[in-house]
Write a protein that binds this ligand. Structure first.
Ligand SMILES: Cc1cc2nc3c(=O)[nH]c(=O)nc-3n(C[C@H](O)[C@H](O)[C@H](O)COP(=O)(O)OP(=O)(O)OC[C@H]3O[C@@H](n4cnc5c(N)ncnc54)[C@H](O)[C@@H]3O)c2cc1C
Length: 321
């Protein structure tokens, strides 16, 4: 008997694969073990070779559907193509990135298939062949495990950067599948003008200087900016600092912000609320500076200093001069 299939729907960003796809393939392989067959499903133009960016992450199979209309296909058209593939292959589970595109295609497919979808997950596991998806719920105050016991496929969208993409030396089999492309006339993409953001984000930085309410003065932020530059890193913030004009939601670390895994994170004046910790607790080395010795941030810190954030930062910066 063939193994049940665990799919990752590959997402395209400009002419490349969106990194969440590679992160999900790595997670899918861990979840599948020997029990399931991991398939990356890729829609691309006849001349595209985006599968080359998937092979290194070692899904068992890359199943490609080619049509020159795919690069500008609408989410409804992709959902229709997926429905056809699901009907002919009957996967056990399907994973999408919780990106703007994934969040648009997955619910369309879910409605067509009349199955369950758990959105914006932070973890996944299997209990036999039941997908157990963990997601923040009830105003993001608790983590819920959600299952879909009676319908297949089981579907989930997973927040970007929740998992780390790990290249493997496994070889993926590349196959092709065919569907009938059904244009959805209501909406047509005439041209695509990508927003190109060349700035690195806090999610991409390997060293992060994280600032909280206890390190929020203009002087402290200026010192932190210099420190981040010296470290070759970037500033990230806890949620209260996004009220300041110079920070946005893109700079926020945590449950409703970015999930990050830098090699080093220095936390200044951050208490360590669970909503913050969930976004950074898998960082390789965690340093915390806080004037309160009982601050929960110290529970996850590899190195801690009880004292004033600004004074510590100034002393650290002076070591670089
Ligand atoms: C649904 C929901 C989602 C949320 N999502 C997020 C999220 O994604 N990210 C996030 O960060 N928060 C999030 N929050 C908010 C979260 O619960 C906390 O309120 C927030 O993380 C607290 O930020 P903070 O640690 O900077 O501030 P505080 O909790 O106020 O802590 C400030 C700390 O600074 C210390 N301090 C004060 N002065 C100094 C000094 N001079 N030197 C050193 N230390 C000093 C204090 O001892 C204290 O520990 C969310 C909340 C909800 C309800």
């Amino acid at each position: 008997m063939s193994k049940p299939e665990l799919w990752v729907v590959a997402e395209r960003r400009l002419d490349h694969i969106e990194p969440t796809t590679q992160q999900l393939i790595t997670k899918a392989k861990h979840l599948a073990g020997d029990q399931m067959h991991t398939v990356a499903v890729l829609f691309e133009a006849t001349t595209d070779h985006l599968e080359d960016e998937l092979k290194a992450y070692g899904p068992d199979e890359i199943r490609i559907v080619k049509d020159d209309r795919f690069p500008t296909a609408t989410d409804a058209e992709i959902a229709d193509a997926l429905q056809q593939l699901v009907t002919s292959n009957e996967p056990n589970s399907i994973l999408f990135g919780a990106t703007i595109t994934g969040r648009s295609i997955a619910p369309r497919l879910q409605a067509k298939l009349q199955t369950g979808l758990t959105a914006d997950c932070l973890d996944l596991r299997f209990d036999d062949d039941t997908l157990v998806a963990t997601k923040p719920s009830y105003g993001d105050n608790i983590m819920c495990e959600i299952i879909c016991p009676d319908h297949r496929p089981q579907m989930a969208t997973v927040r970007p950067n929740t998992f780390v993409a790990e290249p493997t030396d496994g070889a993926a089999t590349v196959t092709t599948a065919t569907i009938t492309f059904h244009p959805v006339k209501r909406l047509q993409v005439k041209t695509a003008t990508p927003v190109v953001n060349t700035a690195t984000t806090v999610g991409d930085a390997s060293r992060v200087v994280a600032l909280g309410r206890g390190a929020a003065s203009a002087t402290t932020i200026n010192t932190a900016t210099k420190l981040a530059e010296k470290l070759g890193g970037r500033i990230g913030v806890s949620r209260p600092l996004t009220d300041q004009e110079r920070f946005t939601h893109d700079d926020q670390i945590g449950q409703s912000g970015n999930t990050i895994h830098p090699e080093l994170i220095l936390n200044f004046g951050i208490s360590g609320a669970v909503q913050f910790l969930v976004g950074m607790q898998d960082s390789q080395t965690i340093v915390a500076v806080n004037s309160d010795p009982d601050a929960p941030i110290f529970d996850v810190a590899d190195y801690g200093y009880v004292g004033d954030a600004s004074a510590f930062m100034t002393a650290l910066l002076s070591q670089f001069n």
